[in-house]
Design a protein around this ligand. Structure first.
Ligand code: ZN
Length: 289
């Protein structure tokens, strides 16, 4: 297998320190590095983009220690929508929505089975999604009958601009988060918002308790691990200003247990979650004559 060695997407520097390595299968190992200049953590070296499909075989329907046991089940749809409703409330979405014109456009990048695309369509939005996973888009278009495309966001030819663009738990999977943000900037309405949810690499989160066993260190599905500071820096470089920030999730205790409920509650209240939510808008430029 061949791999590519990449610089930091914020500083363009190859100057990194090694964090740790984790095996994939029987004969591959992936290494997490930390940029010496900005602190961004990323997997390096990594598989080439065109080699990624083999790492995602069974990701949505055969859970091992990664992925999902059955992403297309009714139970999973209910759980995804429950979580997204919490995320939307944390991001003040309903207030934002009330300021928009009647005809409004939403794009969900990495839309998977299209649950959020469907949710927005049912709220009256012109709602679209895009994902590179064929089985997901097949489900979205044939079962949910939503507007969704199996294609590469970076090369797809969009004809609209959007009032809301979402990257739900997607940016950490991308080979080119920087290029995605550049294209999102060009597709976003001047008064529109970008929502991002992603795992949060911070010493101020339960991540620190788990070390290399942290639940989101699944290489090479996840390639980038942002802190608030590194994501804010990248967004700023690409022309965005953050308008809202929240965290949630702890990973402490078993799902459904009292310990988990208490830990998740505290994590959210104290901004200690190991997931983060960000709303960002385009920076407004003023020109002096
Ligand atoms: Zn850097």
């Amino acid at each position: 297998m061949n791999y590519e060695h990449v610089p930091c997407i914020i500083c363009k520097s190859f100057d990194t320190t090694l964090r740790f390595s984790k095996p994939w299968g029987d004969d591959e190992v992936f290494t997490l590095v930390r940029c010496k200049h900005c602190g961004l953590e990323f997997v390096n070296p990594r598989p080439f983009y065109n080699d990624m499909p083999q790492y995602y075989k069974g990701y949505f329907d055969k859970r091992t220690d990664r992925g999902y046991s059955d992403y297309f089940s009714k139970a999973m749809q209910t759980e995804v929508l429950r979580l997204l409703a919490l995320n939307l409330a944390d991001l003040n979405f309903y207030e934002f929505e009330s300021t928009l014109p009647d005809t409004r456009y939403a794009l969900d990048i990495g839309c998977a089975a299209g649950y959020f695309v469907d949710y927005m369509a049912k709220r009256g939005w012109k709602s679209s999604g895009i994902d590179i996973a064929p089985d997901c888009i097949n489900y979205a278009t044939t079962k949910l009958h939503v507007d969704a495309y199996c294609d590469d966001f970076l090369t797809f030819n969009f004809t609209n601009t959007y009032h809301l663009i979402t990257l739900w738990a997607t940016i950490e999977h991308l080979h080119y988060p920087d290029r995605f943000l550049e294209k999102i900037f060009s597709l976003l309405h001047d008064d529109g918002l970008l929502y991002i949810s992603t795992c949060r690499s911070s010493i101020w989160s339960p991540r620190i308790l788990f070390g290399k066993r942290w639940r989101y260190y699944n290489f090479p599905h996840h390639l980038y691990f942002f802190s608030y500071a590194t994501l804010a820096k990248l967004l700023q470089l690409k022309g965005f200003t953050i308008t809202r920030f929240a965290t949630y999730g702890s990973g402490i205790g078993k799902a459904g247990s009292t310990i988990r409920t208490v830990a998740d509650g505290l994590a959210k209240k104290l901004y200690l979650g190991d997931m983060m939510l960000i709303a960002a808008k385009k920076q407004k430029h003023t020109f002096n004559c």
